[in-house]
Write a protein that binds this ligand. Structure first.
Ligand SMILES: *Cc1c(COP(=O)(O)O)cnc(C)c1O
Length: 431
């Protein structure tokens, strides 16, 4: 049977590495920067893409390749490239088709680091980004497009505003303008949502989030959906000879997998955003439990959101898995297997009360992280989104009284007890 015929649970465990007779059952760590060949001619063939093999670990490494295969099988793509962080995955994917003078449209409520990358660093490189409300009308989207627009970008469950866009609609808008649709799927993971099945062309992850899920390894990945026709005008970097690679034409050489192969052959080579073999080994282990974890994260988050909703100190709770939520319909359509583990809520008393509640929690730790097996929390307005102006905070969906609460896979009742103790202490302080 082909690996893609198995369920996502089975793919989490089995995809990526297949030992041959007598080889280690568990994926080995190839801790080597370089590879030995018997004759020079073979190496020359590698450089011409005429043979398969590894040249140098900045470009590819067997252990990293096993994990790339696994993630590619989980998302249903035609190829994947792992990077040293989610940030470098996004940067590499964008630079693969954008250069000075080009333009991107991104939904406004995206990860703080992505906002900075788009609004400041890309701008310095001459790439302009227009931010748009994910729920804006089709007409508003139309107005944002320019002749130089190269892609439409969004996140599955945006961090930290928790927006769930209407993916089919956004994919249609992008494609009707002849540009690809990029989705950062870090907060759902392929267990809960596979963007390629809903019109996305390129999927990105910070694997440092749920894919790792244990807060041990930084990493990112680009998954090529193989769906976009890069011979369209505007994407000549893929469809005309690459002088830096002795004239290879990626669309001709790699067909549907042109995007990921260009990213590797050209940008991983030139910029070097590599994932280490040890990180890949650890990521592979944690991916084995991804399906189990995502189900538990989702169950726990729903339980905790419902409990918080009954507390008078909590004026609002944001969890798309709850029928009262503004994104419930989108979640029902796109997140059928669970709505994931990150919730947000407000605390009566504003910024100060929110900070006090966090300080009094014992099980839930304050960390600059999210999507971890261990429950954790943060106050976005004073930390991850600190650099933003008041106006940008509103655009990013960050409120002063807001706590981002990343529900772990502990026993839900224990997490609830922790919150209950914290809220009770808050009341004592107020009285
Ligand atoms: C954390 C995060 C990133 C950045 O990933 P790093 O691995 O921290 O570089 C990108 N997108 C989203 C949605 C994130 O949560």
């Amino acid at each position: 049977m082909n690996i893609s015929d198995y369920s996502i649970e089975t793919r989490c465990i089995q995809a990526g590495y297949e030992p041959k007779n007598g080889e280690p059952r568990v994926m080995p760590i190839y801790q080597s920067t370089t590879y030995k060949y018997d004759c020079g001619e073979e190496v020359a063939k590698l450089f011409d893409f005429e043979a398969e093999g590894h040249i140098y670990s900045r470009i590819s490494n067997p252990t990293v390749a096993f994990v790339e295969n696994k993630i590619n099988a989980l998302e249903g793509g035609v190829g994947a490239l792992c990077t040293g962080s989610g940030a470098s995955a996004i940067m590499t994917a964008v630079l693969n088709i954008c250069s000075v003078g080009d333009h991107i449209i991104s939904t406004a409520a995206v990860y703080g680091g992505t906002l900075n990358l788009f609004a400041v660093t890309l701008k310095r490189l001459g790439i302009e980004v227009t931010f748009i409300d994910a729920d804006a009308s089709n007409e508003q989207y139309e107005k944002a497009f320019r002749p130089s627009t190269k892609l439409l970008y969004t996140e599955t469950i945006s961090n930290p505003a928790l927006v769930v866009p209407d993916f089919e609609r956004l994919a249609d808008i992008a494609h009707s303008h002849g540009v690809p649709f990029f989705v950062d799927n870090s907060f759902a993971s392929p267990v809960l949502f596979r963007p390629l099945e809903w019109g996305a062309d390129v999927v990105l992850h910070s694997t440092s989030k749920y894919m790792d899920g244990h807060a041990t390894v930084m990493g990112g990945v680009i998954v090529d959906g193989g769906s976009f026709d890069w011979t369209k005008p505007g994407f000549e970097g893929l469809s005309t000879p690459d002088e830096s690679y002795h004239g290879v034409v990626y669309t001709e050489k790699f067909g549907r997998a042109a995007f990921v192969n260009k990213a590797r052959a050209q940008l991983a080579r030139d910029i070097g955003p590599v994932m280490s073999p040890l990180s890949a080994f650890l990521l592979n282990l944690t991916l084995e439990t991804l399906a189990l974890r995502m189900r538990k994260h989702s169950d726990n988050a729903l339980k905790i959101a419902e409990w918080l909703q009954g507390r008078k100190e909590i004026p609002w709770v944001d969890y798309r898995g709850h029928p009262d939520n503004r994104y419930y319909e989108n979640a029902k359509k796109y997140l059928k297997n669970g709505a994931s583990g990150v919730i947000a809520f407000g605390v009566k008393g504003g910024r100060e009360a929110a900070m006090k509640l966090m300080d009094s929690l014992e099980l839930a730790k304050i960390v600059v992280h999210v999507a971890d097996a261990r429950t954790c929390c943060i106050h976005p307005a004073s930390t991850t989104h600190r650099q933003l102006t008041e106006e940008q905070l509103v655009e990013a969906g960050v409120k002063p009284e807001q706590i981002r609460f990343s529900v772990g896979i502990e026993d839900a009742d224990d997490i609830i007890r922790d919150l209950e103790n914290g809220l009770n202490k808050l009341q004592l302080m107020e009285e």
